[in-house]
Design a protein around this ligand. Structure first.
Ligand SMILES: *[C@@H]1O[C@H](CO)[C@@H](O)[C@H](O)[C@H]1NC(C)=O
Ligand SMILES: *[C@@H]1O[C@H](CO)[C@@H](O)[C@H](O)[C@H]1NC(C)=O
Ligand SMILES: *[C@@H]1O[C@H](CO)[C@@H](O)[C@H](O)[C@H]1NC(C)=O
Length: 473
């Protein structure tokens, strides 16, 4: 870079001023405006912003924002997507701000208790337990992983939609205790890796890079704990290259929720999250406890491993599914190094195989070396069932060409008790059903000419007919 002349500096500055003003105005309008609701095929959609969090090179935020903006009333959630954006609304790539995870869950708060909106004191630890009741998913971990939604770097390219006639129920007045109201919490964990010495090390929360020897609560780390969430808590700092400077900046989670108002034709799904690190035990009284460790470590392979299996670390666990049902959707969550995960039934059948997509470029959504998406499973409802008390096997594979710390092997599944019987006796192929429920296909029609439009209309009619038995939502 050469030296700037004074005119160039002037031009630069005034441009900068204008830009800042614009950003300020935009920022203000985005922050203060109530999110607009758009409706497409009866599905409502809103885009919201989290509170602003400020990051600088090497910094970490791990915030728990109470009472985030969220659709109100008795609803069925159809999808939830989120990404990190700056104050001008530009998507931020993972090599600048690594999104370790975001997590969203509901809670019931006593109406008489005042908690400022967006209060971000550590989770709910500081509140009277009887004032805040978390609304956890159906299972199975006893501690943690109670969320409804949660993704990480893969958030931009992972499908989360719940196909018709299913939905994730929220805001059911019958389930909100008297004197309480339903609210939503968002936990955001992000790591700014601009100018850091070791990008992968910072995103894998290696304790030496954070110069951390005690956890967030001041307890010394267990011997042998070399990386993971205990070393990259809120306000820790990953090591930055000497002399590197880059400005602080304000960022947001921008999240899009799609939903429909509740009606009796919607079939509710339950959310289960399985963890490959789970340790489960049957107590004497028959009660099963599930201790989920959430994270684990992958050791680098040796030369012998390399010759034998090509350096793959396979972690497997048997899990018990208390109550079964029909699998509607599933997806795995892995970190960098992950090469796929499978959930098997007791008889060895594959319930879902989910593999990561790695980016290949620089732009947001395609960052080279990062997991930018996970493949999902949408079985034809009724075709993949889990029985009550069935023992499942979860398998998570990582490349062990390098050591990895703080990796995860989670599996989300959505399960419905019943599969509605369409009136028609001719089941349509599942792919068509999926395509037609994606609004994207509606746009596709505009671009691909009349022939396809006609075909799509026919397909849509067939779908509507099929859905009459349980009403399209
Ligand atoms: C928590 O709230 C309950 C019910 O209002 C009250 O009886 C109890 O004393 C409170 N506990 C604390 C520690 O404030
Ligand atoms: C690491 O932490 C120790 C103890 O808190 C401190 O004395 C030391 O200066 C830190 N090192 C760096 C490089 O920040
Ligand atoms: C994991 O790796 C093992 C060993 O290579 C392989 O047999 C298995 O199919 C893999 N599983 C997944 C889920 O990719």
């Amino acid at each position: 870079m050469g030296f700037l002349t004074s005119t160039e500096i002037m031009a630069h500055c005034s441009g900068g001023w204008l830009l800042s003003l614009l950003i300020l105005l935009l920022g203000l309008s985005v922050q203060t405006s109530q999110s607009r609701i758009t409706i497409e095929n009866g599905v409502k959609s809103s885009v919201f912003l989290s509170p602003k969090f400020v990051m600088e090179p090497g910094s970490v935020v791990n915030k728990y924002y109470h009472d985030i903006d969220f659709p109100r009333g008795h609803i069925a959630i159809k999808s939830f997507n989120a990404e990190v954006v700056d104050e001008a609304g530009n998507p931020i790539p993972l090599h600048e701000t690594y999104l370790h995870h975001w997590v969203v869950m509901g809670y019931h708060q006593r109406k008489s208790v005042e908690i400022p909106k967006y209060n971000d004191s550590l989770g709910f630890k500081s509140f009277n337990q009887s004032d805040i009741i978390l609304v956890k998913n159906t299972g199975v971990c006893d501690q943690g992983l109670g969320q409804y939604f949660g993704l990480g770097s893969e958030t931009r390219r992972t499908d989360t939609h719940v196909p018709d006639p299913y939905g994730i129920e929220a805001g059911n007045p019958a389930e909100i205790p008297d004197g309480y109201e339903e609210k939503w919490l968002m936990n955001v964990h992000a790591i700014d890796t601009r100018g850091v010495e070791d990008r992968l090390g910072c995103t894998e929360c290696r304790c030496d890079l954070y110069n951390v020897t005690e956890d967030e609560n001041g307890r010394p780390l267990k011997p042998g704990y070399i990386g993971g969430l205990r070393c990259c808590y809120d306000q820790t700092q990953c090591r930055v290259r000497e002399g590197f400077e880059s400005p602080k900046r304000g960022l947001y989670m921008r999240y899009t929720v799609k939903w429909v108002d509740w009606n009796n034709f919607i079939v509710p799904v339950k959310i289960y999250i399985f963890d490959v690190t789970e340790i489960w035990k049957k107590l004497d009284d028959g009660v099963i406890i599930h201790q989920c460790q959430v994270e684990y470590e992958v050791d680098a392979c040796t030369a012998t491993d390399e010759a034998n299996d090509g350096c793959i670390d396979t972690k497997r666990v048997s899990l018990s599914m208390p109550t079964g049902g029909n699998v509607i959707y599933s997806v795995a969550h892995q970190h960098t190094g992950g090469i796929g995960s499978t959930l098997y039934g007791e008889d060895g059948r594959v319930i879902c195989h989910s593999i990561p997509t790695y980016g290949e470029g620089k732009e947001a959504g395609n960052e080279a070396g990062y997991i930018v998406g996970m493949s999902t499973c949408y079985p034809q409802p009724g075709s993949v069932k889990i029985s009550d008390g069935e023992t499942l096997v979860l398998e998570s594979n990582y490349s062990s060409a390098k050591r990895h710390t703080g990796v995860m092997g989670l599996f989300y599944i959505l399960v419905a008790d019943t599969v509605p019987q369409p009136k028609s006796f001719l089941p349509a192929p599942v792919e068509e059903h999926e395509k037609m429920t994606l609004p994207r296909s509606v746009w596709g029609i505009a671009f691909f000419g009349m022939a396809i439009a006609v075909a799509a209309v026919v397909a849509f009619r067939r779908k509507s007919e099929r859905e009459e038995g349980y009403q399209s939502i």
